[in-house]
Design a protein around this ligand. Structure first.
Ligand code: GLU
Length: 446
């Protein structure tokens, strides 16, 4: 395989799909060496098949807003790869959603799900619907209209959507309600991230952030470091940021920054339970601004227009959106002495930022390993639904712990360089790729 040739071909076929092309390039560059030692992969054209989604559904979603005006959005579901299990992945509601963004997310999801040790293929969906400023009733009507189109293409053994940016427990509830009405099926396993009284799993709301911190703990332990007493800067203030801030605080770190599209909150005293709870209130307000945090807690300061990366910290945790930490941000963090960066968002760092972290020799790990605890716990939710039982929080948490430890071990196995530096990007990509590639090979030309 020649990465350059494959990329040139993809750029020709999918012009302008920048996020998708970026995600594919990163994976192909990391696996090139290993791939070329496997002529059977080359012969079966595994890479050429794996980079294209199995299928893409695009549909119109029309709904009525509170003023009685008719609104039209575009909905998508991308079923990317089913080599190791039914399609699985979240739904994103954000005004910037397009095919390129969802293809990148579906591609990443395929490898991430492979890393979890659970049998799940990769998928992603969403809409350019913008939840900011929408009322609860508008969100409900949109979710119902979205599911009206999607329901026939999903199912507990076919494709299991979940939450992502702009989609949390409330939206999953509205979509599940409509699914049942249309499908006349009451199998809770069709969606994950459900409420606790109707098939949800304990620890699922916390899982992405908790899992990320378990991964970071392993990464730090391997490097002879500890999170206790470390300062942590987090971007975002939604569900993922909340889970990460909660666990980081519990492990003895000080979360000194959270951020939003409006700016950063510098929080030198760290988090309290009241502050952590307030993060959820802010998210539920649908305003997408973080400034009110500093009004409510006067020991914190709001700095408009600045990113979390402008705050001096030991550990940087991007928890919001793709490419939210660029080369300049990385340079600023490194100049301020940051010694660990872990993507909790999907593809949170640009290639320039990753290169800067790696050449500075600091600890860096990619989203598909660090944030895999979210989808892994979705997999545990599916298992509980299929068995018609619920596990205790301690039981789910210990399984999540074990999964994050295995993901870390797989990254170390495939990513340790001769000089001892662990290239977690390479490790995660090779480990995920090998599993999917092997499964595709064994299932023939389909
Ligand atoms: N959206 C999350 C992710 O990026 C979770 C997906 C899921 O639980 O299916 O992995």
């Amino acid at each position: 395989m020649k990465v350059k040739t494959i990329m040139a071909d993809l750029e020709r076929k999918h012009p302008g799909e920048s996020e998708y092309l970026q995600a594919v390039q990163e994976v192909l560059e990391s696996i090139e060496e290993v791939y070329n030692c496997h002529p059977e992969f080359e012969k079966a054209k595994i890479v050429e098949r794996m980079v294209e989604p199995d299928r893409i559904f695009t549909f119109r979603v029309t709904w009525v807003d509170d003023r009685g005006e008719i609104q039209t959005n575009i909905g998508y579901r991308i079923q990317f790869n089913s080599a190791i299990g039914p399609y699985k992945g979240g739904i994103r509601f954000h005004k910037a959603v397009n095919v390129s963004m969802l293809k990148f997310l579906g591609f990443e999801q395929t490898f991430k799900n492979a890393l979890t040790t659970l049998p799940m293929g990769g998928a992603k969906g969403g809409s350019d619907f913008d939840p900011v400023g929408k009322s609860d009733a508008e969100i409900m009507r949109f979710c119902q209209a979205f599911m009206w189109e999607l329901w026939n293409n999903i199912g507990p053994d076919t494709d299991v959507p979940a939450g992502d940016v702009g989609v949390g427990g409330r939206e999953i509830g509205y979509m599940y309600g409509m699914y049942k009405k249309l499908a006349r099926e009451y199998n809770t396993g069709v969606l994950t991230g459900k409420g606790m009284n109707w098939g949800g799993s304990l620890i699922r709301p916390e899982a992405t952030g908790f899992g990320a911190l378990y991964f970071v703990e392993h990464m730090l332990a391997k490097a002879g470091k500890s999170i206790k007493g470390a300062t942590v800067a987090i971007s975002g203030f939604g569900n993922v940021a909340w889970g990460a801030a909660t666990k980081a605080t519990e492990l003895g770190a000080k979360v000194i920054a959270i951020s939003g599209p409006d700016g950063v909150v510098y929080n030198p005293e760290g988090m309290t339970q009241e502050k952590l709870d307030y993060m959820l209130t802010l998210r539920a307000s649908n305003q997408n601004i973080v400034a009110p945090f500093a009004t409510k807690f006067p020991d914190a300061t709001f700095i408009p227009g600045k990113k979390a990366w402008s705050i001096k910290c030991d550990i940087a945790l991007p928890c919001a959106f793709q490419n939210e930490l660029n080369g300049d941000d990385a340079a600023e963090l490194l100049a301020n002495g940051t010694w660990c960066a872990a993507e909790v968002s999907n593809m949170g760092c640009t290639p320039e930022a990753i290169a800067a972290f790696q050449s500075a020799g600091i600890l860096f790990a990619p989203g598909k390993a660090v944030n895999a605890g979210g989808v892994a716990t979705s997999g545990l939710e599916m298992t509980q639904n299929a068995m018609h039982i619920s596990w205790s929080a301690a039981e789910v948490d210990s399984k999540l712990h074990y999964i994050m430890e295995s993901i870390h071990a797989a990254c170390v196995k495939y990513g340790t360089q001769p000089d001892g530096y662990v290239n977690y990007v390479k490790g995660a990509n090779i480990a995920g790729f090998m599993k999917v590639a092997q499964a595709m090979l064994e299932q023939g030309i389909v």
